[in-house]
Write a protein that binds this ligand. Structure first.
Ligand code: MN
Ligand code: MN
Length: 300
């Protein structure tokens, strides 16, 4: 928002569609249902509202905390004991939505899912102009720990600026000592992740989501074609390999292009994140506008 008047009306529309998409996504998570089908239906739902995607539909199960989206020919289905995070965002131009819900298919992890929701609400209750980031984090951790779970320390909320989802500030899920204060009018997302594991995530070698950070002069035909498509259709927003499949004869060509762009230093990758101690993970996320004495949730 720096120096630019935020279009809050547009943000509220994007927030509403993001939230509806998350609820719709929740309804698609059933034992035996296809993960690929769920991702594609959620994305079609958002496009069907006349909006674009802020990022590919993230559907991450169990110890996988975030950043998984279906592969091009993903044959996986939801298991009847899965704990599934559905993290989605609509986009209108450069105005971005971001929210997440967790589905517990067995019911055995209901306490953790509930606790993630409570931690989120406790965090939001402390959001106002002048609130310190570490105070919000401390409150999230307090609720998580009271319920017997660990907050994941190296994941957290963030500011949402025009054209940039993970902008400027990191809002911790514990007291990390950062006394930076929130400002009136700022748009933020809070996202507690709770776990039965160590409370940290690490990169896995599964990488389906990428982002091109600027224009590039690529050499190979694959990289040139890839850069051209991404610059035109996805700009500097995250995209999935799956989104490029129709334009390439094989995934080999896509990977070859991605490797070259990566070597040129313009490609960011988002590996699927897994809990370090293989703990199960639950997440809850909402996006809100910071107001003088409270906040206004937009993903509802
Ligand atoms: Mn987020
Ligand atoms: Mn998210």
């Amino acid at each position: 928002m720096q120096g630019q008047e935020y279009d809050y009306e547009k943000l509220k529309e994007v927030g509403r569609v993001s939230w509806e998409a998350a609820q719709y996504g929740k309804s698609l998570v059933k034992p035996g249902a296809s993960v690929l089908d769920a991702c594609e239906k959620i994305e079609a739902f958002i496009r069907g509202k006349g909006m674009q995607l802020a990022f590919p539909a993230n559907i991450s199960a169990n110890e996988r905390a975030a950043h998984y989206t279906a592969t091009t020919s993903d044959a996986s289905v939801f298991g009847d004991r899965d704990v599934v995070k559905v993290d989605v965002g609509a986009r209108q131009g450069d105005v971005l939505g971001d929210c997440a819900v967790t589905v517990d298919l067995s019911g055995d992890n209901a306490k953790m899912v509930e606790a993630a929701g409570e931690a989120l609400e406790a965090g939001l209750a402390g959001v106002r102009a002048g609130a310190r980031l570490n105070d919000i984090g401390r409150e999230i951790a307090r609720v998580a720990e009271k319920r017997g779970f660990k907050p994941i320390r190296n994941l957290g909320g963030h500011a949402v600026e025009y054209g940039e989802l993970h902008a400027s500030i990191f809002i911790p899920n514990y007291d990390n000592g950062d006394t930076t204060r929130l400002e009136e009018g700022q748009v933020i997302a809070l996202e507690p992740f709770l776990t039965t594991g160590d409370g940290f995530v690490v990169d896995s070698d599964v990488v389906q989501i990428f982002q091109l950070n600027g224009p590039v002069a690529a050499r190979s035909p694959e990289a040139r074609k890839l850069a051209e498509i991404v610059e035109r259709e996805h700009k500097t927003y995250p995209f999935a390999i799956r989104w490029l499949a129709k334009e390439f004869a094989s995934e080999f060509g896509i990977r070859k292009g991605l490797n070259e762009l990566s070597g040129l230093g313009v490609l960011q990758s988002f590996p699927a994140l897994v809990e370090r101690g293989h703990g199960i993970v639950a997440q809850a996320e909402k996006e809100a506008i910071v107001e003088k004495d409270s906040c206004a949730v937009v993903t509802k």
